[in-house]
Design a protein. Sequence first.
Length: 266
Amino acid sequence: MTAREHYLELPTTDRDLRPTYLFMMKCLLYSRMETGLVSNKDYYDEDVNVYIAHLLNSFIQPDFIERARPYLSKYDTEVFHRLSDSRDARLKYTLYKTNADFLLVSLGIFDNPDLHLADGLPSPPATPERLHLRPSEEAHIGRGRTYYRFAYSYSQKLHGRNQAISEVLEKLSQGFDKYLRILAHMRGEYLDLLQRLSRGEIYHLERVVNESQREEEVRRKQDTLLDLYLEWKQDPAREDLRAKMQQIVSEIREIDPEFRFDVPGL
């Protein structure tokens, strides 16, 4: 697991890092209990808990967004147009499932069905002329329910009727609005960081993150410089290595002006 896939639970007496998936699952289960929408109340759906927790955890990873980007469409017409000439069941399954997943998260966690998750930007400001063109929340819920239903149908063709993923997709289609209510509670009680942190706290948090990234970049370039230096020591006549060392030194000094290293022969 990468660093972003771990968290430190507070308050706690130990400093052990835990997988972020456990955090997502814990918040999800608490949200189910606190809303009264407990697991297995109407039908067995602990498998849906596992699916949603993994889905939320996936949003921590930038590569997950990049893999999903080609399949995302904001409007039904775009989705149907892309599939109108296709007979590829796997493509249809992936497209419907991906759009349903992103609708579930954008409605439930971000409370913004108009979020351009494909490019990470919010929609243009609403104007009186645009308002009547924007789908209502009920329409977005209907889209999510329908997309999961289509994904379920194509999943049966790909995986068979008894595959676990098919059952989960069917339950998400049937209970889409219920799972939205659970995620909305989770958003307000456990994930609403921006409203809980003041502007000053966010500013200092960003400075800490930026400083950490800066130090990591300096260390990476210093390692490269050391490798070049050791290679040059074996063959001091190589001018190309001296030029590369000078370039790396310049790049490091742009980040850390206090850095000092004298390139041999320069």
